[in-house]
Design a protein around this ligand. Structure first.
Ligand SMILES: [Zn+2]
Length: 728
């Protein structure tokens, strides 16, 4: 695509980014197609399905589960329709059939939205022979055979195979079947490609050779990341424009994009490809991925692709998960506003156990109807995440496993049952932060001056902050500053020294020396005297007066056992810095700031120490400095989310209490007992009715001082407290 075309498509893209506002008030039947589907079905055909699989079985299943959107295999490595495009490989079993067309027509009869799936990442030998330059090249200059199927070649994602050949494929599919959209899997390449196009195009973009490293501090690698995003964006524009020229309402939907800001700006609809757990991942990870996307997409529809099979590294793609595992994963998605989307590979079934499971979930989802059409989350807490920190920060010993900061904070918020959203650090303008009273910065190390200024203004408007470790100690390019960018807010400066990995270091917990009272951040820890410290700490110097509820007990020998006694049992070095900014003209509401100079969040993720969880919860409660929108008291681990719909409010309670919580799969659900739920009722709202959508019960409730209280007797996997409301 030449430069002029790119500029034109940029303008088009800009225009629809504006048009695709998430808060439109269109009536259901006037809504654009992408707002309508609530339950998606994806059937990924395999090459020998045509003639063997029964399309009517699938159409009947879609009907039974009330699926209102379908994603169906169309083309790319294998075409499932009679394509006329040279080198577009028709399934060897296709004959004169058109299974894709048959399924599309069947879905249309049921008024389902239909998007076509393509997969451009692999090609056949005849493609290689006709256009050897379409094939990806490895760092040794070899054309890349497919790693899983050596019959095939890996294609170059950033060259003419995608830009020319696949553009033709997408155009043909849209013209023949008038699909609502095209969704491509594995469209963005697999590792750096060193083909002639990539070498030349990168050189003309950057003046450099393609990097041979993935070191984030290497200038060529940094340029490469920038160039790749630029080209993938061009490709997205090109495919989107191409299919809109054929059918204006159609949309191109990439499966994943390496920048959430671009994704949020360019998409009217998107899907998370986070299909199931693998290794040590808690089920809340499905909610986390959604929150990250919602931070840039707003309330535009997001489908949550879930696998009915295992997602472990040995890739049993024809397998089936346990019922409890599928249900908890999908419940987490639904509670976080994902629209469920199952994916089944192969139209021929071996293990049929999953069919009933998905049927049950989807039928409940259908019945719950308008209560799942969320308009806005009601959370008052948001955790910031930073793609630039992920990209540019790191390389030092104390920066290893830096993802642990965000994961540990996320887990602490789940355990504390705090409903929360996530915020992208490049969207800190007042409008985006308006819903939130508290922002949490779990080692958001790389922040620009402008971002720091936005946070300062947020605090001036009455917002509170919790920040940990190296937050704001680096600029947006990952270059270290002399002092924190937020030193004025923290009230402390970096002392140019770091300590760790610490062994056998502690935190001394102290009451106020005059009144003998404990600070609220020590609630529940009054008897502890001291608790364990983290692993790395920054040495900082306070620029203001601070209370001293938590101070350092320096590391002391852990061997020989005879020498395990504190050399310095107490210091006046604070390990938590707490500020109250009070009500002033500049800060009308009370802002509170907590800065923790050590890696409490990452250590929590590593060790899961209960005292660290308690301390984090207390710090969050204290800085929030207002009644939370919902409080749920009772045993167990629950993910709590709270939503507003047009005529109702909902509180989702997902029961994560399970011996398999940190490593799947769930074998069974362990029901938890009574949960006392208190929901704050906004001033202009009257409650008409309360119903439990899973238990299908109407609970007794009481309203007092703007708070509705009720008891949920038990939760198996998921409960939704639905409050029908009237806006006065
Ligand atoms: Zn290439």
């Amino acid at each position: 695509m030449d430069r002029r075309d790119f500029l034109k498509t940029s303008i088009v893209a800009g225009a629809y980014a504006v048009l695709g506002t998430p808060w439109g008030a269109a009536k259901e039947n006037q809504k654009p197609w992408f707002d309508r589907p609530m339950r998606w079905a994806q059937l990924v055909l395999v090459e020998n399905d045509p003639g063997r699989f029964d399309p009517d079985f699938w159409l009947d299943y879609f009907k039974r589960i009330h699926a209102d959107g379908a994603c169906l295999s169309a083309g790319g490595v294998v075409a499932y329709y009679p394509t006329q495009i040279p080198l577009h490989h028709r399934s060897a079993w296709l004959g004169d059939s058109d299974p894709f067309g048959y399924l599309v027509r069947g879905c249309r009869k049921m008024k389902m939205a239909v998007i076509a799936r393509t997969d451009p990442h692999a090609a056949w030998n005849n493609v290689y022979e006709a256009h050897p330059d379409w094939v990806a090249v490895d760092s040794k200059g070899q054309k890349r055979r497919h790693w899983s199927n050596p019959e095939l070649w890996v294609t170059c994602a950033l060259g003419p195979y995608n830009f020319d050949f696949m553009t033709g494929v997408h155009k043909e599919i849209t013209a023949l079947y008038q699909v609502d959209g095209i969704f491509s899997n594995r469209w963005a390449g697999h590792g750096t490609c060193y083909c002639e196009h990539c070498v030349r195009n990168f050189k003309s973009f950057s003046g450099m050779d393609l990097p041979r490293t993935s070191d984030r501090h290497d200038p060529a690698y940094r340029k490469y990341l920038e160039w790749r995003i630029k080209l993938l964006k061009e490709l997205w524009f090109l495919w989107d424009r191409t299919i809109r020229e054929v059918k204006p309402t159609s949309r191109y939907i990439p499966n994943g994009f390496p920048d959430n800001i671009v994704t949020g700006a360019l998409s009217d609809i998107f899907f998370t490809d986070h299909q199931a757990r693998r290794g040590v991942i808690p089920p809340w990870s499905n909610g986390k991925r959604t929150k990250e996307l919602r931070a840039t997409m707003g309330m535009k529809p997001i489908g949550g692709i879930f696998s009915i099979g295992l997602e472990e590294r040995y890739r049993w793609k024809d397998s089936v998960q346990s019922e409890a595992e599928t249900r908890i994963w999908v419940a987490e998605g639904i509670a976080n506003n994902l629209r469920p989307w199952f994916v089944k590979f192969s139209g021929t079934l071996y293990d049929r156990r999953w069919l009933k499971v998905v049927e049950k979930i989807y039928q409940w989802h259908y019945r719950a109807g308008p209560y799942l059409r969320n308009v806005a989350p009601l959370a008052r807490v948001a955790m910031v995440y930073s793609e630039q920190t992920d990209r540019y920060y790191g390389g030092q010993r104390w920066q290893e496993q830096s993802k642990g900061h965000g994961l540990g904070m996320y887990h602490a918020l789940i355990e504390a049952r705090v409903p929360f959203e996530m915020v992208n650090d490049r969207l800190l303008a007042p409008k985006g932060l308006k819903p939130f009273k508290l922002l949490i910065l779990p080692n958001i190390a790389a922040l620009s001056e402008a971002q720091c200024e936005q946070l300062r203004q947020y605090v001036q408007r009455g917002g509170s902050l919790v920040a940990t470790f190296e937050t704001s100690l680096y600029d947006e390019q990952g270059k270290q500053r002399r002092d924190f960018g937020l030193a004025d807010l923290f009230g402390v400066s970096y002392n140019n020294r770091l300590e760790g990995p610490m062994k056998n270091s502690y935190l001394r917990l102290k009451s106020d020396s005059e009144k003998g009272r404990f600070h609220p951040v020590l609630n529940g820890l009054e008897d502890a005297y001291r608790i364990i410290n983290g692993i790395w700490r920054l040495d900082v110097k306070p620029n203001l007066d601070f209370p001293s509820p938590v101070t350092l007990v320096p590391a002391y020998p852990d061997l020989p056992m005879e020498h395990v006694y504190p050399r310095k049992p107490d210091t006046n070095i604070r390990e938590v810095y707490l500020r109250e900014l009070g009500s002033t003209v500049r800060c009308p509401a009370q802002s509170r700031i907590a800065y923790i100079p050590w890696d409490i969040d990452r250590t929590f993720w590593d060790i899961m120490n209960v005292d660290h969880g308690r301390l984090l919860r207390n710090v969050i409660d204290w800085t929030l400095n207002e009644e939370p929108p919902v409080q749920v008291i009772g045993p167990g681990i629950l993910d709590v989310t709270v939503w507003r719909q047009k005529q109702s409010m909902t509180v989702h309670l997902v029961n994560l209490t399970n011996p398999m919580m940190m490593k799947g799969p769930f074998r069974e659900f362990i029901p938890i007992g009574e949960q006392k739920v208190q929901v704050q009722i906004p001033r202009n709202i009257t409650i008409k009715k309360i119903h439990l959508l899973v238990g299908d019960k109407t609970p007794d409730y009481e309203i007092k001082d703007g708070i509705v209280s009720l008891t949920v007797p038990s939760i198996l996997d998921h409960e939704v407290v639905a409050l029908d409301i009237r806006v006065n």
